[in-house]
Design a protein around this ligand. Structure first.
Ligand SMILES: Nc1ncnc2c1ncn2[C@@H]1O[C@H](COP(=O)(O)OP(=O)(O)OP(=O)(O)O)[C@@H](O)[C@H]1O
Ligand SMILES: Nc1ncnc2c1ncn2[C@@H]1O[C@H](COP(=O)(O)OP(=O)(O)OP(=O)(O)O)[C@@H](O)[C@H]1O
Ligand SMILES: [Mg+2]
Ligand SMILES: [Mg+2]
Lengths: 165, 165, 165, 165
């Protein structure tokens, strides 16, 4: 399983449709303070099914929709799509390529799609279960979060081990 | 699942020790079950002793030592249960020049098997990545991305941390 | 003391706005009393809007934006009630090249009136200091200090963050 | 009021007697991860009367005494002295130069001196009251603490304003 492409539209500061191509190995995301790098991490967590707004530095689901800027109006919807190379069938669906899409509207209503077929949020989180990917996994480390594995209580730290087991 | 948890804990414990010793050039660690009689609910304590120093509480470790210890634990999980991709958001921020080199060494090795997305301001880390994705904010409040391959020159907006002696 | 508290709050609020606008090259802030009827117990809310962006919760700000905002508030206190000395331990860690320059500018100005002790890994910050105190650990576990005046060369073990365009 | 000299002996990693001279303006403290820079900040907080062990990353008073290393035995006492230029009589004692000394022994017992005259801890904290210096003041910012003024609850933030008022 490998990430191929991430597409954002209306998600936080990504007002215009933005496509990011991933390569194998190490990719560095660079840019000035406040330019949107951590927002990319948030969009990955979100499209993989993150349900806690606070994990995305937000307080409500709608907070991830582009809120406008000095020159632009707020938008009505946020959409993120993640396209994955599934040649090795690590994801339990018989497709060589899988695209997962998530949308949220100002009303708070959400839409979820796998390869353009509407589904429930649950179907997306189930898809990634036990692959070491997605929320609660050790594989996505937020800014200023790396220290928290050390300051966590021993009982909370257990969850990481359960995820790996 | 008792057995699986214990096996995972053992494997992570060994990997953590090995990786810590690699990153710190010595020293030792221990992962200790807080309640060994109760595998299904036990917490896990972390003990870390940098080379030449006395074994002490994690709280007394320096900012950079804590970051490096957390990286060792994180990569121990990745070694025991590889994740298809891993996102690291500025985990190198508290590291000095020598330690960033140790970190990027590890990143290169693990990057052969998994995809890594590393958000960073550090030029040493950037140079360890064959692909850069630049996020810019020319229009205030609006993020745009651009792919930059195989960097020849010094990257823009980057901290260069020369290795210490 | 009601009057003194309110005066201080007003003065800090104005200084905070001015310093924020200086550090961010624009934008605006507000300090809001949560309970204006009850001056002796009221809390204080912080609102910060970087230039060109929409006014949003502090949580949505980036790591670097938060650090710069905290610096603006801290220096607002120093302006209203100067402290004879100030110790800053790696406050510049999340800042990009351009923002480190803004920070050191401020440091130079305030350094004319007060003593500043700045712990840093950043070469730009180091170059703003006429005096360096180097801490080494040649013997494991044992700290030694050495004073280094008026640096001519590039400092050892330092991150250089070149300013962005 | 200006800091002249800080002397450490047996405090955390400063096993051997170390003297640090301060200059007016900005001094940068530099060195590798874990070398003892933040321990210097801790020693300043401590000699100014900090009573909470957790503010020094410790759990008990005795934790600040050099605990030994691979090659050295633990010591029995920690001592820190801070010498201050008091020409302007900001400190309410009629001396042009004031030296504050604090010691702690393995028993947990402490000793306090002002200009070599034994006193109580209370006398030291009283000396710095309302000068903008010392614990709870805005003038000493610990590593990874600069963000906490932003994440603090509005009611807790009030204390900073009270200190400045
Ligand atoms: N829904 C939204 N609409 C518009 N802007 C938003 C929204 N949510 C967050 N932002 C903005 O995104 C910016 C933060 O972006 P991000 O955290 O990705 O920065 P960054 O590139 O990681 O910076 P740093 O290097 O400082 O960590 C903030 O200025 C914030 O106001
Ligand atoms: N009582 C003690 N005896 C001996 N060593 C101690 C004691 N207390 C703390 N230490 C050691 O001090 C070291 C931390 O030092 P410090 O936090 O000052 O580093 P630093 O220079 O600030 O590094 P960084 O750049 O990573 O922040 C740790 O290795 C810790 O084990
Ligand atoms: Mg960020
Ligand atoms: Mg430190």
């Amino acid at each position: 399983m490998r990430l191929k492409r991430l597409t954002l539209h209306g998600f936080k500061t990504f007002a215009d449709k933005t496509e990011i191509e991933f390569a194998p190995g190490v990719t560095a995301i660079v840019g000035p303070n406040g330019s949107g790098k951590s927002n990319l991490t948030d969009s990955l967590l979100w499209v993989l099914g993150e349900q806690k707004a606070s994990s995305l530095r937000a307080s409500r689901a709608q907070d991830v929709i582009f809120a406008g800027s000095a020159r632009r109006k707020p938008m009505g919807m946020a959409e993120v799509s993640l396209t994955i190379d599934n040649e090795d069938r690590v994801l339990p669906l018989d497709f060589a390529e899988i695209t997962v899409t998530r949308r949220v509207y100002r009303s708070g209503e959400g839409e979820y799609l796998i390869n353009k077929t509407p589904c429930r949020l649950r179907d997306i989180t189930d898809l990634f279960l036990d692959t070491g990917v997605g929320r609660d996994a050790y594989a996505i480390v937020n800014q200023s979060e790396v220290d928290s594995v050390l300051s966590a209580r021993p009982e909370d730290r257990r969850e990481l081990f359960e995820e790996a087991a | 699942t008792r057995g699986v948890f214990y096996e995972t804990y053992q494997a992570v414990s060994y990997a953590f020790s090995r990786l810590f010793t690699r990153l710190f050039g010595g020293g030792s660690t221990e992962l200790v079950l807080t309640d060994p009689e109760n595998i299904l609910e036990t917490g896990i304590e972390i003990v870390a002793q940098p080379p030449g120093k006395k074994r002490q509480s994690l709280a007394l470790l320096s900012g950079g030592e804590r970051a490096l210890t957390a990286v060792a634990l994180l990569f121990a999980f990745l070694e025991v249960r590889p994740a298809p991709f891993c996102v690291l958001d500025e985990v190198d921020a508290p590291l000095d020049g020598a330690n960033v080199e140790k970190f990027t060494d590890l990143l290169r090795d693990f990057g052969k098997e998994s995809q890594f997305i590393v958000i960073t301001h550090n030029a040493t880390t950037m140079e360890a990545a064959p692909l850069w994705y630049g996020i810019t904010m020319q229009e205030p409040g609006i993020s745009r991305g651009l792919s930059m391959r195989v960097p020849e020159n010094t990257p823009p907006d980057a901290d260069k941390t020369p290795p210490t002696e």
